[in-house]
Design a protein around this ligand. Structure first.
Ligand code: ATR
Length: 284
């Protein structure tokens, strides 16, 4: 395709996952395109694992500019890409694919999206902070990687299975001061924490009364953040607020991971306000 033809075609974007029906990405990115005056579409695609390779071939063949990749394909998709960005390689997961003339490159915008929302909405400067991260799964990896780039004083990852937390701390020892521990041992670190981030699914709808740690252990007046955005205010955040903590919900992470993806696809600054409004509207 020559450049003239490329410029005249609508921008094709989408998201692949299984399930996909509840994704708010189409509404968010369609609003972003509209706000930027771009002609195009962002569509949800229900792709089963056994057809993932074909789906990726389709992206290249049909001239999609890019896609988002969601559960359960974030790891598997890496096999079918031509290039993987350094951050995504460290994290071991891709949520954004960019198609440059048939060359597919994978990025991870989840962690950097989360950190951007944390900085914009709660803690402008993370340098020198002590941060306790609850959970050591895929979401935690993205966040911890992006967090360590901000030069915090100390990051402690606390997980139900202590081994997984200790393994992550050992794997990334060269990226910053990172320690691992079991969830039960988090209490001793919490006293020194400036920020606590829940990356586990504990407290997500419909189990809205659950908390990943005893909220009484939270020091007063710190920042408490939860990746969950259904409900917008988890029980952990509700209890933290009662202790005078600044609370931060996971909705910003969703919006800013989308903002970074949009910027990679279009080269334009993401219209974050329009994206947020569209997500809020789709949540009813
Ligand atoms: P994600 O990509 O959302 O992080 P994941 O990679 O499956 O999903 O990781 C889930 C994380 O939530 C893990 O840290 C998991 O702890 P384990 O490694 O011990 O399984 C944590 N988690 C899930 N359910 C939990 C629960 N009921 N209590 C405590 N931690 C839980």
């Amino acid at each position: 395709m020559n450049d003239q033809e490329k410029d005249k075609l609508p921008l094709l974007l989408g998201v692949i996952g299984d399930p996909i029906i509840h994704s708010k990405s189409p509404a968010m990115h369609e609003a972003a395109m509209k706000a930027c005056g771009l002609a195009g579409s962002y569509l949800p695609f229900h792709v089963k694992s056994e057809r993932l390779e074909e789906a990726l071939q389709g992206i290249g063949a049909l001239g999609f500019r890019g896609i988002n990749v969601t559960v359960p394909h974030k790891l598997e998709v890496m096999k079918y890409l031509d290039r993987i960005d350094e951050g995504a390689r460290y994290i071991g997961a891709v949520n954004t694919v960019v198609n440059d003339g048939g060359t597919l490159t994978g990025y991870n915008t989840d962690g950097i999206g989360y950190i951007r929302s944390l900085k914009e909405e709660a803690v402008p400067d993370l340098t020198g902070k002590t941060v306790v991260v609850l959970g050591a799964g895929g979401a935690a990896r993205g966040i911890i990687y992006a967090l360590l780039l901000e030069r915090p004083a100390h990051v402690i990852v606390a997980n139900r299975s202590a081994d997984k937390a200790n393994e992550l701390a050992a794997e990334w020892a060269d990226l910053g001061r990172l320690s691992g521990c079991g969830m039960g041992e988090a209490a001793e670190y919490l006293q020194a924490a400036d920020i606590v981030i829940n990356t586990t699914s504990v407290g997500m709808y419909p189990h809205v009364q659950d908390t990943p740690i005893d909220p009484d252990l939270l020091p007063e007046g710190i920042v408490v953040s939860d990746l969950i955005y259904n409900p917008l205010k988890t029980e952990l955040l509700r209890r933290a607020e009662l202790k005078g903590c600044t609370i931060h919900s996971g909705l910003g992470m969703f919006i800013y991971q989308g903002a970074y993806a949009f910027e990679r696809w279009t080269g334009l600054p993401a219209p974050v306000g329009a994206m947020r409004a569209a997500v809020m509207a789709s949540m009813g």
